[in-house]
Design a protein around this ligand. Structure first.
Ligand code: GTP
Ligand code: SPV
Ligand code: MN
Length: 598
């Protein structure tokens, strides 16, 4: 048990003295523990028991109204030097952060129970894997951590007598955004989070440890921690490939990771290795290998249906924690984009009466499910493989209504790194703030890179240099819209059509058309059999307008400059080369009027 580990015991003792809980509970990951926590949570009103005939083992949690998404403006990287955090992070000095947060933690657990949760990120027995211990006063956090990570003995065994574990301290505090801080101390392998009970702010193994601290560690140790799904694909000929894809929050990772091949593509098989985070290491064979450090899925609920994502829909019919969805009178749940029509009456995500005439959404747009990976019908047999899986292709994708084609291929690793570095996307409900605003999100890691992103781009180049057989890098966009404002591409399972072309490119086939931004598929290179996509729609989806792109490239200048001397020279070269290729491609009329933007 964790209490017998001297370094854990010392740390817990120190935090108990600071936070003064009424009692300390050491978590072991057992079923008995789960049942007890659920009972207590239901009694305390922190969970609502759902209809156990229809949704066995399922519960609903309602967050505080102002605690429903990541709060990036309250998230800090706390290094000694500001420059190490970079322009991409909010920074507080480590000393100031401790000075600010210690008084908030002081006595914060009085009248509450402190839970100590030892957890492992990554498969047991893997050299990729890392141990953390989360101290929290939230039962909901414990119940979620038990699904999202490997809790208990398995973590302690991995740790052995070492004291190399991430210290994750969490308290709900008073849940006020005024007194909410999510502070990372990479130099001390520590996270302090107070004032939020929401996912990425509170389940500290996820974004805090497995991305922000892990990216820092990866820089030191020669590997990458990325906001990426991992997907296995088997062709009808039986050839197996693995790909990863980095899309910003709520831009389609879970859905792509669980895709079901359309009926018109018989013989294809898709298997889920991960849906949110990948840890990637160069292998002795010169390939890049990936593991998913998580044990479950914390997925976006709205839009999840039997039609769009049957694997996800089926897996959340039992043993699932729902957060901030609507409750129907029969004790089942509903959300926008559900297969069932809107219920005549329901309680919305805040527990208020709701009818289809309501102007507000029934479920919060960032409502989530938490479910064990083992419940996913498409889970890969390699999910627990300590060696990971070898990656053939990496995708960078985002929400872009205009300009960005469905897919294009980078020229090489360096150009691919540039495509990742210049990614931008329309914002979503996964973080607080305005939705639909175009913002830069390099590698979909803007909110998650634990250090200066200029150094991070250099690290990408350094990892690539170690790979004799690097994955090919592609840019994708499922979200281009037509004149009517509707998505042009069917998306979801049909995304396999794009993946098929990508795999053909990995095998050295697949027809391409060279453009200044990279190679796009020829009009008929994407398999459209069984769809009603017209030639015209396909042409719009693949269109590359040099004049529009010249504007974009102009808009990249300030962004790239913001990293100062941390920006690798290679990124400037790629930027200049792209500008030159575009100006060569432009007509004299294009060259006259140009504006900025990204
Ligand atoms: P995080 O968990 O926040 O990191 O998000 P994610 O990248 O895993 O996003 P997810 O797959 O949960 O998708 C978010 C939203 O986008 C959901 O409402 C989906 O229904 C929708 N979506 C996903 N894939 C597609 C697609 O191919 N086309 C369209 N139109 N919508 C999609
Ligand atoms: C995201 O926002 O990218 C998520 C959800 O995956 S959270 O864990 O809350 O960060
Ligand atoms: Mn995510």
């Amino acid at each position: 048990m964790a209490g017998q580990h001297p370094a854990i015991a010392r740390w817990v003792d120190e935090i108990s003295k600071l936070t003064t809980p009424d009692r300390v509970v050491w978590c072991d990951g057992s079923e008995a523990e789960r049942n007890r926590l659920i009972q207590e949570s239901v009694a305390a009103g922190e969970l609502i028991e759902l209809n156990q005939q229809k949704l066995p083992g399922c519960y609903l949690h309602r967050s505080a109204t102002h605690d429903v998404a990541r709060t990036e403006h309250l998230t800090f990287v706390c290094t000694r030097e500001k420059d190490d955090a970079g322009p991409n992070n909010n920074w507080m000095s480590a000393a100031d952060a401790r000075g600010k947060l210690s008084p908030l933690f002081k006595g914060a657990m009085k009248g509450r129970t402190m839970y100590v949760v030892p957890f492992l990120m990554g498969p047991a027995g893997s050299k990729f894997s890392k141990v953390g211990v989360e101290i929290t006063d939230s039962k909901y956090v414990v119940l979620n951590m038990r699904i999202m990570t490997r809790v208990g003995q398995v973590a302690l065994e991995h740790l052995g007598s070492s004291d190399d574990f991430t210290r994750c301290l969490h308290s709900l505090g008073d849940l006020s955004p005024e007194r909410r801080f999510i502070c990372h101390f990479p130099e001390e392998n520590t996270v302090w989070s107070i004032g939020s009970g929401y996912g990425g702010n509170a389940l500290l193994g996820k974004k805090c440890m497995a991305l922000r601290l892990a990216s820092w560690l990866g820089k030191k140790e020669g590997w990458l921690a990325e906001h990426m799904l991992i997907l296995g694909l088997t062709t009808p000929e039986g050839k197996k490939h693995y790909i990863t894809a980095a899309f910003p929050s709520a831009c389609g990772k879970t859905n792509l990771a669980m895709l079901v091949p359309p009926p018109s593509m018989p013989g294809w098989k898709a298997e889920t290795v991960g849906d949110d985070i990948a840890w990637l290491r160069p292998g002795d064979d010169g390939r890049l290998w990936a593991v998913n450090p998580e044990a479950g899925f914390f997925g976006v609920v709205p839009g999840t249906s039997r039609k769009t994502n049957p694997n996800a829909f089926d897996m959340i019919q039992r043993d699932t924690i729902y957060t901030n969805v609507a409750l129907r009178p029969d004790g089942t749940v509903w959300w926008e984009g559900h297969d069932d029509p809107a219920p005549p009456e329901a309680l919305d995500w805040q527990g208020r009466p709701w009818t289809p005439a309501s102007t507000e959404k029934a479920a919060h747009p960032n409502s989530r499910f938490t479910v064990a990976a083992a419940q996913c019908a498409s889970i890969s047999p390699e999910f627990e493989n300590p060696k990971g899986v070898p990656i053939d292709a990496m995708l960078f994708g985002a929400r872009r209504q205009r300009r960005v084609p469905l897919v294009y291929e980078s020229r090489n690793w360096q150009h691919g790194t540039f495509l990742g570095a210049t990614l931008s996307s329309e914002t979503t409900a996964a973080a607080t703030g305005k939705v639909g605003v175009l913002r830069r999100d390099p590698m979909a890691m803007l909110p998650f890179c634990g250090y200066n992103m200029g150094d991070y781009f250099a690290h990408w180049l350094a990892v690539g240099a170690k790979l004799a057989k690097p994955p090919k890098i592609f840019r994708t966009n499922w979200f281009r819209t037509g004149d009517n404002g509707k998505f042009l591409w069917p998306g979801f399972g049909d995304n396999l059509r794009v993946l098929k072309w990508i795999l053909e490119r990995c095998d050295g086939t697949g027809e391409v058309l060279e453009t200044p931004i990279g190679c796009i598929p020829t009009k008929n290179a994407i398999d459209r059999k069984g769809t009603d996509l017209s030639d015209e729609a396909m042409a719009t989806l693949l269109k590359v307008d040099p004049a529009e792109w010249a504007e974009a490239v102009h808009g990249q200048e300030d962004f790239l400059s913001s990293f100062g001397e941390h920006l690798p020279e290679e990124m400037r070269e790629e930027h200049a080369d792209l500008a030159n290729r575009l100006s060569d491609a432009m007509t004299p009329a294009d060259l006259r009027g140009r504006d900025t933007g990204h």
